[in-house]
Write a protein that binds this ligand. Sequence first.
Ligand SMILES: NC(=O)c1ccc[n+]([C@@H]2O[C@H](COP(=O)([O-])OP(=O)(O)OC[C@H]3O[C@@H](n4cnc5c(N)ncnc54)[C@H](OP(=O)(O)O)[C@@H]3O)[C@@H](O)[C@H]2O)c1
Length: 274
Amino acid sequence: MATILITGCSSGIGKHCALRLREEGWNVVATARKPADIEMLNDAGLTGVYLDYTESSSLAAAVEVALEAGDGRIDALFNNGAYGQAGAVEDVSTDVLRRQFEANFFGWHELTNLVVPHMRKAGAGRIVHCSSILGIVPYRWRGAYNASKFALEGLASTMRLELRGSGIHVSLIEPGPIVSKFTTNGLQHFVDNIDVDNSVHHKVYRKQLERLQSEGGVNRFRLPPEAVYVKLRHALTSHRPRAHYHVTVPTKFMGVAKRLLPQPLIDRLLLKSG
Ligand SMILES: NC(=O)c1ccc[n+]([C@@H]2O[C@H](COP(=O)([O-])OP(=O)(O)OC[C@H]3O[C@@H](n4cnc5c(N)ncnc54)[C@H](OP(=O)(O)O)[C@@H]3O)[C@@H](O)[C@H]2O)c1
């Protein structure tokens, strides 16, 4: 039975993918931060373990648990746990930006580097990162999150080239809007870290705050987490895993537009959509 370590499994994409992989016979080591979530994962037949990307010691401990569960092997890693810090770039303090990178970028790098030596020893492995449409194009009021996903795209793509021939494959999944707790979870970071009343953007923020109060349901543009799972399964099991997996219509559209359209036109599209 192949063993996978998946982060951010308390809700949304991580939880769904962890449960689906278990159904399909994987040995799933699924991470969360709250004790009740870890218990929920254990009750579902997974190996639930604590991991917070901002705590180095928890990364090493989770890898140890995964190695034990996998009899010394970790066949796959799905870096998934993250949050979105909203707010215009000029309103985000460097410290808040640093925290966004600790969770969404440095922690992912550290965990990946802990796993790679074991995959090298085995001569095989799959590393999949959950990026975003915002790792492809910028979006107003999302600069901190945008930057973390752009950085991830660069680091993971470089690693993909460096690992060529090792038997270890690196893939990036770029979802657009997916039904999860992402918006609700991001709201708290926005409220805690952005001085709405004293910002030149306060009118936009007020509107955004209304919008952020509720997660949208499934529609033509916003898909359920299963849409990400289908790509993850391909990245984990295909003989030829892809470097990039675009999920949802907005991501597919922007992926093509970015390659074909001149920048001023893309900017107009981006300003219209956000
Ligand atoms: N939903 C979307 O529209 C969308 C679109 C594009 C990309 N994505 C990406 O999809 C991935 C999963 O997000 P989601 O949509 O499933 O959102 P979600 O429901 O909010 O789940 C996010 C998960 O990440 C965990 N997490 C947050 N900060 C963490 C940290 N410092 N260390 C470890 N885990 C942490 C959360 O744990 P707690 O419950 O403990 O906070 C939760 O389990 C993220 O990488 C996100 O960037 C989402």
